[in-house]
Design a protein around this ligand. Structure first.
Ligand SMILES: Nc1ncnc2c1ncn2[C@@H]1O[C@H](COP(=O)(O)OP(=O)(O)OP(=O)(O)O)[C@@H](O)[C@H]1O
Ligand SMILES: [Mg+2]
Length: 222
């Protein structure tokens, strides 16, 4: 079992490495003292809060431009994360923050890890709703795990924070949940065909799922 200190050090190390990208939450520093058992990471406070709450706030209707910019911001941030050889492993709207200008920064690197050659076991504290079918079946992760999660985030953005496959029996029967994900087609984005195409390719089977590098070569959703 890994100690809390080690987990903290890893998150700090990863955030420090990713500090210089406009779509990643900027780590200012950390505080550790004998008085407090838990060390703290210091970041800016985003008064608009996280993207999930922002999208689902009662009575809100967001412009197409906001949604498309949000998708592109997260794509740029995740491309940078992978270029730095890091897997996020908890990409979800609740872990993205909204700036005062309405741009998005990816945060919560508590589950992130340095990429390993081949496959790697899932962290123990993971939210299965954002995980792809092959992970639900075999519990192993790859470079394409975050790409599937990005597809779910696109759905959250396009459907006011709602998750796809609302009735998934996630924790009781993971293989059944995987089957539903593979067999039940999702509604379109309601935005445009570029966004539909991007979401669909993120939620494709493992072998057909593109990398963030490839996704960023597609025509950017407009
Ligand atoms: N810098 C910030 N500014 C504003 N709100 C924040 C900030 N960081 C985190 N939050 C809020 O706190 C929530 C939890 O933060 P975070 O995801 O980093 O921690 P966590 O330990 O993973 O908690 P959880 O298990 O709830 O995800 C976020 O979903 C967001 O609503
Ligand atoms: Mg979180």
């Amino acid at each position: 079992m890994i100690s809390n200190q080690k987990i903290f050090e890893k998150e700090h190390h990863i955030m420090a490495k990713l500090r210089n990208h406009e779509n990643i939450v900027h780590l200012i520093g950390s505080v550790a003292s004998e008085k407090h058992a838990t060390p703290y990471l210091i970041m800016h406070l985003f008064t608009k809060g996280d993207l999930s709450r922002f999208l689902s706030a009662a009575g809100q209707e967001y412009s197409e431009i906001f949604k498309i910019d949000a998708i592109n911001d997260i794509l740029k941030g995740m491309k940078f994360v992978h270029e730095n050889n890091i897997w996020h492993l908890d990409l979800a709207a609740r872990n993205c923050l909204v700036t005062d200008e309405g741009r998005i920064k990816i945060g919560d690197f508590g589950n992130a890890s340095f990429a390993k050659r081949g496959k790697k076991d899932l962290p123990s504290k993971v939210n299965y709703r954002w995980m792809p079918p092959e992970v639900l079946r075999k519990q192993t992760i790859t470079w394409k795990t975050d790409v599937w999660s990005f597809g779910i985030v696109i759905h959250e953005i396009c459907h006011a924070g709602k998750l796809p496959w609302q009735d998934l029996p996630i924790l009781e029967d993971l293989p059944k949940a995987a089957e539903i994900m593979e067999n039940e087609p999702l509604p379109g984005s309601n935005l445009n065909s570029d966004v539909d195409q991007m979401m669909k390719s993120c939620l494709a089977k493992l072998k057909k799922r593109p990398s963030f590098q490839k996704l960023s070569l597609l025509p950017l959703p407009k």
